[in-house]
Design a protein around this ligand. Structure first.
Ligand SMILES: Cc1cc2nc3c(=O)[nH]c(=O)nc-3n(C[C@H](O)[C@H](O)[C@H](O)COP(=O)(O)OP(=O)(O)OC[C@H]3O[C@@H](n4cnc5c(N)ncnc54)[C@H](O)[C@@H]3O)c2cc1C
Length: 321
């Protein structure tokens, strides 16, 4: 077999603007990116950073920081929260002046997190920064920092590779930027084969769904796979879906040394993929296994040991939170 091609990711700028000295951006758009009524609320928020060092300093796949006003319960300014860029490297405006992200409101019933917390409390719990960001209106100012992240990037020569992008929830953010960068760049669409697998609990939680469906209709090299985990028809997680469609759709991708796999979203989504690729004999370049575990022993991988001993190989790029 030909040696797998490890991606050359090139240089990136990091922390050009530090969270302790953030710059002011201005919201230029805020729109829901759900496909219908849903129990969750996710918005695509675009922020103009022109005239600041952030402008032109980022690449798709990186994240930027948002600092919510006010103080936490200890009287300290709120810590920075990171949000994945949902725009191409050229920004939403094509000139690197407008960054965007896909932000989900954290809305829940309070549950005690540690021993000292009021064990009887069950009030409404609202995440500080996600709700702040979602509440912002066009024209509002917002403190931003970044960029952050140096590995979750498209390769320097994108056409040398094919792509399997796997997202859960707001993990779609970087792929909304990367897919547009690959297919809609002014230089013309990349010939690379691209599969986007998007996992959500319900169909109404699919993000940018219409956009991706239209893109799949337009470009033969792009395939979009929505995967629903709580559907009445078929309940499936992303790794199970890829497993089920392996021979028909994905084997030729994973067996090809050009292919890169990107995963973004909920922590823990990687382990199922690694085990499944090992079972199919397709782990080469995607999974690295350290002793005492072995690749051949995938069936007995202990979930606790996996965290430390089963890692992303050079062709797997992972951003989970
Ligand atoms: C690299 C990276 C990229 C990211 N990209 C995105 C992105 O693109 N989009 C996005 O939406 N988010 C993203 N995040 C997550 C984001 O940074 C924030 O963590 C998220 O928005 C929640 O922040 P918050 O201030 O709203 O919530 P917080 O006020 O920080 O509340 C969340 C915290 O409260 C606690 N908590 C949670 N639920 C409860 C509960 N029910 N009761 C009591 N306590 C609770 C937990 O400790 C949790 O960490 C990313 C994170 C990282 C590290």
């Amino acid at each position: 077999m030909t040696d797998p091609i490890a991606p050359e990711l090139g240089e990136v700028q990091m922390h050009v603007v530090k969270p302790k000295a953030p710059v002011i951006g201005r919201v230029v758009s805020s729109a829901s990116c759900m496909s219908g009524r849903s129990a969750s609320f996710v918005r695509h928020v675009s922020i103009d950073v022109s005239g600041t060092p952030l402008a032109g300093s980022f690449r798709s796949g990186q994240a930027f920081g948002v600092i919510a006003p006010g103080e936490n319960e200890r009287g300290k300014p709120h810590a920075v929260r990171l949000y994945s860029l949902a725009c191409p490297t050229q920004g939403e405006d094509g000139d690197g002046n407008v960054v965007s992200t896909t932000v989900k409101r954290v809305v829940d019933e309070y549950t005690p997190q540690k021993d000292g917390d009021d064990q009887g409390a069950h009030h409404l719990f609202l995440g500080v920064c996600s709700n702040y960001l979602c509440d912002l209106k066009v024209g509002d100012e917002v403190l931003v920092s970044g960029p952050a992240g140096k590995r979750f990037l498209l390769p320097e020569r994108p056409a040398d590779h094919d792509y399997v992008f796997i997202a859960t929830g707001t993990g779609i953010a970087p792929f909304y930027g990367m897919v547009r960068e690959l297919l809609q760049s002014p230089a013309g669409p990349s010939p690379s084969r691209i599969h986007l697998v998007m996992g959500t609990p319900y169909t109404t939680d699919l993000l940018y769904d219409e956009f991706f469906r239209e893109l799949a209709d337009t470009y033969d090299q792009f395939q979009y796979h929505p995967v629903i985990s709580r559907s009445d028809i078929r309940r499936e997680y992303v790794d199970r879906y890829i497993d089920r469609c392996m021979d028909e759709t994905f084997r030729s991708m994973f067996a090809d040394p050009r292919t890169l796999m990107y995963m973004c979203g909920l922590e823990g989504m990687e382990s199922g993929m690694y085990r499944m690729l090992a079972r199919h004999g397709l782990a080469d370049g995607f999974v690295e296994v350290k002793e005492p575990l072995t690749l051949e022993g995938y069936a007995d991988w202990d979930p606790k040991l996996m965290k430390r001993h089963v890692k992303a190989g050079p062709r797997s790029l992972v951003e989970v939170y």
